[in-house]
Design a protein around this ligand. Structure first.
Ligand code: SF4
Ligand code: SF4
Length: 334
């Protein structure tokens, strides 16, 4: 790693430590938001319910207004999600605006549209983190987010990216189990961090991983022990098919802003609370912090769990779940 990249990495770490400090000091602001600048995607993974094949990008000025609202609420980390963010014509302007609020800027992409010049532009815009989820080694009918297709893009990232790159591998959902190990090995070889997630079959019930999947899961977890987000037993319980006992702080510490500018608990609970970000207040954040989420025991959305973990030791949730908030199980998408 070059001295320049090391310096950029150290500055990023310092800002992250600051954001964790402010999250520990006060519970009345969001820690992380996912924001959707366009719903359209250039792929069509069959397990995904977060994309369409036709919608237009949200205009830059509107995205800037929404990002400023997240800044007003004191959001520490803003991650651009989709659909596919790289299809947005003004993505760099969106990243710049996130950085202008003082937040850490992240992006989740399928990586297909990355090129050296595009990566350099992301560097210049100030992107801090990028995540690609790679589902298998060879493309199949379920997913084309495949190592075989994306390896050239990973090499470009290794050469040009100044930002942190995480490669997420997955088990479950019919993917050949060994693929996750190959994906994570390749990610670490290129100097990235790597995490592993679980795709369930959409039946709405937690099920333990099968024997072959479990073996690979354990192998990858050993391999990625030093990766930044590998701390929790949340995923362990999911792998065992057991419900988790935790306080979901969605609507408070974590916000999901859809392409229409509405605040939702998360990608899988759209409609709760479903109000415009411009109208969302600190009072809403405080209320939702204390509101139980009926779907928490069977939830597989690890990013919301990780954010909620900051406050796991304080503030029991005394408000009952919202009436339109069902308790079904979930499928992890990204
Ligand atoms: S999982 Fe990602 S890449 Fe696949 S269709 Fe959904 S948004 Fe697109
Ligand atoms: S699905 Fe998970 S992250 Fe979303 S509101 Fe329910 S418990 Fe929270």
């Amino acid at each position: 790693m070059t001295a320049r990249r090391r310096l950029i990495g150290a500055a990023r770490k310092l800002r992250e430590l600051g954001s964790i400090g402010s999250a520990l000091a006060s519970t009345s602001h969001p820690y992380m938001a996912h924001i959707v600048p366009m719903r359209r995607c250039n792929l069509a993974c069959t397990y995904c319910n977060e994309f369409d094949d036709h919608s237009d990008p949200v205009p830059l000025a509107e995205m800037q207004r929404r990002i400023d609202e997240l800044g007003r609420l004191g959001t520490s980390v803003i991650t651009i999600s989709g659909g596919e963010p790289l299809l947005h014509p003004d993505l760099d302007g969106i990243i710049r605006r996130i950085r202008k609020t003082g937040a850490i800027a992240g992006m989740i992409t399928n990586g297909y549209l990355l090129m050296p010049e595009r990566i350099q532009r992301l560097n210049r815009a100030g992107l801090d983190h990028l995540q690609i989820s790679i589902d298998n080694v060879m493309p199949d009918a379920v997913s084309k987010k495949s190592l075989k297709v994306l390896d050239a893009k990973l090499k470009m990232l290794a050469e040009h990216a100044d930002f942190h790159v995480n490669i997420n591998s997955v088990v479950g959902g019919g993917t050949p189990p060994e693929d996750a190990y190959k994906v994570s090995t390749r990610a670490l070889e290129l100097g990235f961090s790597s995490t592993i997630g679980i795709i369930h079959d959409g039946s709405g019930q937690l099920k333990p991983l099968g024997a072959a999947e479990r073996t690979v899961w354990d192998k990858v977890r050993k391999l990625t022990r030093r990766s930044y987000s590998r701390f929790n037993h949340f995923q362990e319980a999911i792998a065992n098919g057991q419900p988790n006992d935790w306080r979901c702080r969605a609507g408070a510490r974590y916000l999901y802003i859809c392409e229409n500018g509405l605040v939702h608990y998360c990608s899988q609970k759209r409609g709760n609370p479903g109000v415009p970000i411009a109208d969302y207040s600190r009072e809403d954040v405080k209320r939702e912090f204390l509101t139980q989420k009926g779907c928490a025991p069977n939830c597989t959305i690890s990013c919301v769990h990780q954010v909620s973990y900051i406050d796991h030791w304080r503030a029991p949730q005394t408000n009952p779940p919202r009436h339109n908030h069902d308790t079904s199980g979930l499928v992890q998408i990204h």
